[in-house]
Write a protein that binds this ligand. Structure first.
Ligand SMILES: NC(=O)c1ccc[n+]([C@@H]2O[C@H](COP(=O)([O-])OP(=O)(O)OC[C@H]3O[C@@H](n4cnc5c(N)ncnc54)[C@H](OP(=O)(O)O)[C@@H]3O)[C@@H](O)[C@H]2O)c1
Length: 317
């Protein structure tokens, strides 16, 4: 009896230690160590939106390294060209293997044109990474309805629309993988970013429904939910006023993960066909587990902790 107790305590202690050092949910961590490596994706055609900076740029580097052919999209042609050059040096890709396709993702009418251009260039799309998006820094009370609408268009309707353009082609081939960069903000309600939470929760709901509907067609879905990551996201964030940009740069705070590590874990999730992954350092990772499994208790603790502390935690401090 004592031996069993000691064994259980040992396993629990080991798990706690593993969790303490984790920067992703436990399934993701398991697959990182024991699952497929990213090179299983070699030779696939991957289309990454929001590839001009931050997480998207590093997803492009990761995929280039393992030999994926790439389509890079965002608005900034100059930045995309820089990313393309880097992709050509970090892997064994040739100039024809990386297509720069700049467009505004909010221009929904252009999505079918862009999809045709990708198919014309490569003949197939194996992976679509819906990553482009913008955050928000504003109180609900100060946020114009026009901003809510603009954010829903950009963060939710745009990835849905692009996915709908790509799906018929994937269904016809009976293969494909759709990934979307959602956020931990879809799992935890983050103050000062209510519309952002709304757009990402909607992304989770829609893409998980799609996952179920697409299973007979052999199409995989990955919903990635990163916590605080060091990128340009805050400076490009919406405020409460239409047309305004927040403009404040992030600090490299201790609990904010690098964009390259986040991209590495996202590519691991894609390589292993994981349905939903949480990518974050503690304490946000721990809070996400608590919110998922003990929502009422965690909300109570939030109230006790106070708004100021919650605000600093969400910034990775
Ligand atoms: N950083 C974080 O802490 C964090 C956490 C959770 C989730 N995320 C999500 O991760 C994704 C990438 O963000 P990031 O952190 O890497 O920020 P980022 O460095 O600001 O990258 C955002 C990307 O989206 C593109 N983009 C923005 N508006 C666009 C538009 N209208 N049309 C086309 N492309 C557009 C940007 O390119 P252009 O400006 O050149 O168009 C850029 O490539 C976003 O969906 C974000 O919500 C980030």
């Amino acid at each position: 009896m004592l031996l069993i107790f000691c064994l259980v305590m040992f396993v629990l202690a080991l798990s706690a230690l593993f969790f303490w050092f984790a920067d992703g949910d436990l399934t993701l961590m398991w697959f990182e160590h024991f699952g497929h490596k990213a090179d299983i994706l070699k030779g696939r055609v991957a289309w990454v939106t929001g590839a001009s900076s931050g997480i998207g740029k590093h997803i492009a580097y990761q995929l280039a390294r393992v030999g994926c052919k790439l389509v890079l999209s965002a608005r900034s042609t100059t930045e995309l060209e820089n990313v393309r050059k880097d992709c050509l040096t970090c892997g064994h890709l040739t100039a024809d293997d990386v297509l720069v396709l700049p467009f505004d993702i909010a221009d929904i009418a252009y999505h079918s044109v862009a999809t045709d251009m990708v198919l014309k260039a490569f003949g197939q799309i194996d992976i679509l990474v819906n990553n482009a998006g913008r955050s928000q820094r504003a109180w609900i009370i100060d946020t114009e309805l026009a901003v809510d609408r603009e954010m829903i268009e950009l963060n939710t309707v745009a990835p849905i629309s692009l996915t709908k353009c790509v799906l018929p082609h994937m269904i016809a081939r009976r293969r494909g993988h759709i990934a979307v960069t959602s956020s931990i903000a879809a799992k935890i309600s983050v103050p000062f970013s209510a519309t952002y939470c709304l757009t990402k929760s909607a992304v989770n709901a829609w893409f998980h429904c799609l996952e179920v509907e697409m299973s007979p067609h052999n199409i995989l879905l990955t919903v990635a939910c990163p916590g605080p990551v060091f990128t340009n996201l805050t400076s490009a964030a919406f405020t409460g006023k239409s047309g305004q940009v927040y403009g404040e740069h992030q600090e490299q705070d201790k609990n904010r993960m690098s964009a390259s590590r986040c991209a590495e874990l996202m590519v691991t999730a894609i390589a292993n066909g994981l349905s939903e992954v949480w990518i974050s350092r503690h304490p946000v990772l721990l809070i996400t587990y608590c919110m998922q499994y003990l929502p009422s208790l965690t909300s109570r603790i939030f109230r006790l902790v106070g708004l100021k502390r919650i605000m600093t935690t969400r910034e990775g401090r």
